[in-house]
Design a protein around this ligand. Structure first.
Ligand code: SF4
Ligand code: SF4
Ligand code: SF4
Length: 373
C-alpha cells in the first residue's frame, strides 16, 4: 500500500537558483528536463488512485522545484479531490516543502485552513543562507524567507526548518544552532548536501568532505545533548531517528533505514520514480495517468533499485556501528568495483560521530526507555 506520495506540481521549476540544487542537476540529466505544470487530470488521477488503495493515514507531500508556482487554484482542486475520492475515510495529511520565497496572505489562509504542514528551507544565518541560495538574478533571498516565516507564525501554520548541510553550514553549525534557538525553531531537519550525480564527491565550493561532515554531526549533537539534559532540546530528525533505532523502532527517515524504499516521487507529467534523488530516466517506474500503483512496485527497475541498496560493503557488514549507521543513504555511497558493493562516502565522518557521541545516544535511549516503562 502506498501511504505517502511525493508530488511535483511544477516539476523542477523554481523561482530561486541555489548553487547546489540537486534537482536541477538531475533534471538536466533527463531527456526532458522540465515537465512544466501538472495538469488537473493528472493530480486527479494521483489522488483518486492513492485513496482508492489507501487505508489509515495518507500523506500527499508537495515539493519541487517550488510547488507554490503551480498556483493556489491547483491546490484548491487538490482539497476538492481529496474530499471527493476519500472513499475509505483515510486520515489525510498534506505537506508542502517550500523555499518560502513567494507566499502571501492568501496562501497562508489556505495553508492554515487545510492544516498543511510546511517544510521551509533556511540554510543557517543570513550570511550563510545568502551564500548559496539566490533568486534568479543572483540576489539574496534570506530576508524574504524570514518574512514568510513571520507570516506562517502569524497564521499559526506548523512548519519545520529544512537546512541543507553544505560545507559552510557544517563549519558554522554552532552559530546556526544558537540562532535557531533564538528564533524558537523547534523542529529542525538537516539534509546532507549532494554533489552532482555521477561526479566525484568533495570537489565543489559547497561540497562536504567526510571529515567536515563528521565534525558537523559531533558539534550539532553536543549542543543538542546539552539542551537535552536541560529538557530543552529541539526536535532534530536524524538524532531522534538514531535514538529510535536504539529503542528498536524502524527509522522513519529513509536515509537511515539502510535499504532504499520505493517512494513514488511523481513528476508533473505523472511519471513516477523511486526516490527524489533518482528522478532520472533510467529509474522511471511508470505513470499515474496510465498505470496502477501496484505496477510501480512490480517493475524490475523497482526491485533492482531496492536490491542495489542491500549491497553493503564488507566493511559495513563487519562494522560495530552498522546497526545504527546502516551504511547511510544510498545516494552518498560509492561503488567498490571489484566486490560489486558500496560504501558510504561519509563513512569516516559517521565513524567518528558514533565513536564520540555513541555513548550519549545510548544514554538518551536508556532514559527514554525507562521513562516509558
Ligand atoms: S529552492 Fe530548492 S528547488 Fe529551488 S533552486 Fe533552490 S534547492 Fe533547487
Ligand atoms: S537513495 Fe537515500 S533517500 Fe533515496 S530511497 Fe535510497 S536511502 Fe532513501
Ligand atoms: S560507519 Fe562506515 S563502515 Fe560503519 S556502517 Fe557506516 S558507512 Fe559502513
Amino acid at each position: 500500500m502506498l501511504q505517502t506520495v511525493l508530488i511535483k506540481p511544477a516539476s523542477g521549476l523554481c523561482n530561486m537558483q541555489c548553487d547546489y540544487c540537486f534537482y536541477c542537476d538531475e533534471a538536466a540529466k533527463r531527456d526532458v528536463a522540465s515537465y512544466g505544470m501538472m495538469e488537473i487530470e493528472t493530480i486527479e488521477n494521483i489522488i483518486r488512485k492513492v485513496l482508492k488503495q489507501g487505508k489509515g493515514n495518507i500523506c500527499f507531500a508537495f515539493q519541487g522545484g517550488e510547488p507554490t508556482l503551480r498556483g493556489l487554484e491547483f491546490f484548491e482542486k487538490v482539497i476538492k479531490f481529496e474530499h471527493k475520492y476519500n472513499i475509505h475515510k483515510c486520515e489525510i495529511l498534506n505537506t508542502l516543502q517550500t523555499n518560502g520565497f513567494c507566499v502571501d496572505d492568501k496562501w497562508c489562509r489556505f495553508l492554515k485552513k487545510h492544516e498543511f504542514l510546511l517544510g521551509v528551507s533556511v540554510d543557517g544565518t543570513e550570511t550563510l543562507h545568502n551564500l548559496h541560495r539566490h533568486d534568479k538574478n543572483g540576489a539574496d533571498t534570506y530576508q524574504k524567507v524570514r518574512d514568510s516565516i513571520a507570516m506562517f507564525e502569524k497564521y499559526q501554520i506548523e512548519y519545520n526548518i529544512l537546512t541543507v548541510v553544505n560545507r559552510q553550514v557544517a563549519e558554522n553549525v554552532k552559530e546556526i544552532y544558537k540562532e535557531y534557538k533564538q528564533n524558537g525553531w523547534k523542529y529542525q531537519q538537516y539534509i546532507t548536501c549532494l554533489d552532482p550525480f555521477g561526479e566525484p564527491q568533495g570537489q565543489r565550493p559547497y561540497s562536504l568532505t567526510p571529515e567536515i561532515y563528521g565534525q558537523f554531526l559531533i558539534d550539532l549533537f553536543q549542543l543538542w545533548y546539552k539542551d537535552w539534559r536541560r529538557g530543552k532540546a529541539p526536535y532534530i530528525r536524524q538524532f531522534e531517528n538514531y535514538v529510535g533505532i536504539l529503542l528498536g523502532y524502524p527509522p522513519e527517515s529513509c536515509e537511515q533505514r539502510g535499504i532504499c524504499s520505493v517512494q513514488c516521487v511523481t513528476e508533473a507529467d505523472g511519471s513516477v520514480y523511486p526516490c527524489d534523488f533518482y528522478a532520472m530516466d533510467a529509474y522511471r517506474l511508470g505513470n499515474f495517468n496510465t498505470d496502477q500503483i501496484t505496477d510501480f512496485f512490480e517493475r524490475k527497475e523497482s526491485k533492482q533499485f531496492v536490491e542495489e541498496s542491500k549491497k553493503w560493503s564488507e566493511q559495513c557488514k563487519q562494522c560495530e556501528y552498522f546497526s545504527l549507521c546502516r551504511s547511510g543513504c544510498r545516494r552518498s555511497r560509492v561503488g567498490e568495483k571489484d566486490a560489486g558493493t558500496y560504501r558510504n562516502y561519509f563513512c569516516e565522518g559517521y565513524r567518528k560521530f558514533f565513536q564520540v557521541c555513541g555513548a550519549n545516544l545510548m544514554e538518551i535511549a536508556k532514559y527514554v526507555s525507562e521513562e516509558r516503562s
